[in-house]
Design a protein around this ligand. Structure first.
Ligand code: PGA
Ligand code: ZN
Length: 418
């Protein structure tokens, strides 16, 4: 039984307002959740409620969402006993009444769902990663994907591609993977300084030098891995990219480093990058609506590279299932606030398992120190997590939570390549 539900307006890692939720159980224990926020969002994402009052935070305040938690949602959740999280999440969706959570706000609902998950885990006397793990799943520590070069909507440089990540696929365990990430990040900072490039940071803690060529970006990463004394490739450190192609798509062309590219030119560019560099995963390589581009990308590179859908799937189980039928992508990015409840996120992960899709759990570019997704990544057994650079509190809270889990569960495996 939940005896109290409350919320507050706090700041996220970009200094923008976001929602913090707390629920209190019958023993007086309080469980808190912080809600993340994206900058490069899919058009079909669950909708945040923002105040629109231009006198506060440029209209981005969340006092309406907070009040929705303190009134209707509190009344609902404290009115009865709840048997499980699915029941709570279904009731939240029903109370909202819209298909995209736009009445009460996905930012209100997802915070309540996350805090309630923590209350249920405590009630069952298990850690969150056990509570969230389905019966047919073996939990494991994910390969951390460190976004060390930022572009697109996350930085003001001319780099069209949003994220260049390093993935320590070949580490023997999670803590070694984390150390490799931090060592490559430090080596990259030195590389940039040597090249006379800025080591200022983008929203996810990666560097944001004034470069525009994705080949140059990948070259910098390989240089950093080597100068950190690590091996390049699947037995060492690989590269994963999230171009977030919605961000440089206009009409039916893409603009990369001053060049206008058709979808097939863009797929050629990815093929060149994959030939030249140890790229193991490409996320949102094409834009929403460019169905032909997505199919071409999957056909050309899907056998050798993980092709991840983020903005096109928005963590929606049915959309992922339809894509599997249509031959679009072979993996899904999973973001709890993109769909708006923990149960619906679990449903999306279940579809991935059923359809042979890989899955990568993800933070948002606007984050709080809440490490919920670290537990979710372990629980899902998907073996992959992206949480930005191995720097800045809101990013490392997730990586450090994984260290804690790894230490308390020495039998859990590491990674996604079996
Ligand atoms: P966002 O970006 O959190 O700004 O939406 C993350 C991503 O595209 O993966
Ligand atoms: Zn993305």
């Amino acid at each position: 039984r939940l005896t109290h539900v409350d919320a507050a307006e706090i700041l996220d890692s970009r200094g923008a307002p976001t929602v913090s939720v707390s629920v209190t159980d019958g023993s007086g224990r309080r469980f808190v959740a912080g809600v993340p926020a994206g900058a490069s969002t899919g058009s079909r994402e669950a909708v945040e409620v923002r105040d629109g009052d231009l006198d506060r935070f440029g209209g981005r305040g969340v006092t309406t969402a907070v009040r929705n938690v303190q009134t209707e949602i509190r009344d609902l959740l404290t009115s009865r006993e709840w048997s499980d999280l699915q029941q709570v999440d279904r009731a939240l969706c029903r109370l909202d009444g819209t298909p995209n959570k736009s009445r009460l706000g996905a930012n209100a609902i997802v915070g309540v769902s996350m805090a309630a998950a923590r209350a249920f885990a405590r009630d069952a006397s298990v850690p969150l990663y056990r509570f969230l793990s389905p019966d047919d799943t073996q939990p494991c520590l994910p390969v951390p994907h460190f976004n060390v070069l930022n572009g697109g909507a996350h930085a003001d440089n001319g780099l069209a591609f949003q994220e260049f990540m390093i993935a320590p696929l070949g580490a023997t365990d999670y803590s070694e993977g984390l150390r490799w990430g931090a060592e490559v990040y430090a080596a990259l900072r030195s590389e940039l300084r040597r090249a006379g490039l800025s080591s200022g940071l983008g929203d996810e803690g990666g560097f944001a030098p004034a470069i525009d060529d994705p080949l140059e970006a990948c070259g910098l990463l390989v240089g950093a891995v080597e100068s950190a004394g690590l091996s390049v490739g699947r037995d060492g450190v690989c590269i994963a990219i999230d171009p977030a192609a919605n961000g440089f798509h206009d009409g039916d062309t893409y603009e990369v480093a001053g060049q206008r590219l058709s979808s097939s030119d863009l797929v050629d560019l990815y093929a060149d990058l994959v030939d030249a560099f140890p790229i193991w995963s490409i996320e949102d390589g094409c834009a929403e609506g460019d169905d032909d581009g997505w199919k071409l990308l999957t056909e050309r590179l899907g056998n050798s590279v993980q092709i991840v859908g983020d903005d096109i799937f928005v963590t929606d189980a049915e959309t992922i299932a339809a894509a599997a039928d249509a031959g679009v992508a072979n993996a899904a990015l999973i973001k709890v606030n993109q769909i708006g409840t923990v149960s619906e996120t679990s449903a999306a992960l279940a579809v991935c398992r059923d359809r042979g899709f890989a899955a990568m759990i993800s933070h948002r570019s606007g984050e709080t120190p809440d490490a919920f997704i670290a537990d979710l990544a372990v629980a899902s057994g998907c073996g992959q997590l992206k949480s930005g650079a191995p720097a800045r509190g809101e990013r490392v809270s997730k990586y450090n939570r994984l260290l804690e889990i790894a230490a308390s569960e020495p039998s859990f495996g590491y990674g996604c390549l079996s």
